[in-house]
Design a protein. Sequence first.
Length: 251
Amino acid sequence: MDPVKVIPCLDIKGGRVVKGIKFVELRDARDPAEAAAAYCGQGADEVVFLDIAATVENRKTRLEWVKRVAKAVTVPFVVGGGIGSIEDIEQLFALGVSKVSINTAAVRNPDLVQDASDTFGPEKIVVAIDAEKGEEGFEVLISGGNKRAGIELVEWAQQVEDLGAGEILLTSKDADGTRDGYDIPMTLAVTGAVSIPVTASGGCGKLEHLVQAVRDAGASAVLAASVFHFGDFTVRQAKEYLKSHGIPVEL
């Protein structure tokens, strides 16, 4: 088994790190560059930066925000939000970004995933999928989780793998910010259907939730936000806990 990655997530709005519950009720958490530097110091395997209002506000990723954080990170740096073209991706890579995360634009234009994978390599292309439980399985969400896309989650996950995505960042809206644990059935549905790595996101509140996401749902990486932002535990503590439960990590 490859080492499991522990990934802090910076949801950015108005140039600040924010955190909400089920994608709403956002509250200020901290400065993004300070947060990124702190998490790198704690041993984060990657840092994810999501410009969460970009698509809703119909704009590109705010490059000035990315630049500030890029100067502070010392680990692979993933950026998403407002990415809609090969040119957008090129601009981000020019700033030192390691991978890009495409969400709504991938649903609206699946060819973008294929083109990006062909141009930059699948290892640099993450497809982020937001989803919630619907009447018939799990439904894909777009536009910051505000709209249902009319696509079933597992079918979409398999499609993005076929299009050349290198990994999937899966966020459960139902679990997001609840601190009740990752959405194990949703995550397991995706990990069981694809062969590319899947990062579990949404719902981490305790150290044992990290173990559950890996052991019970097959996640290759665990992403968390509020537990790190508000000091429940550090990235180092998360990794040590995983290791103590027999899950390989890089310390």
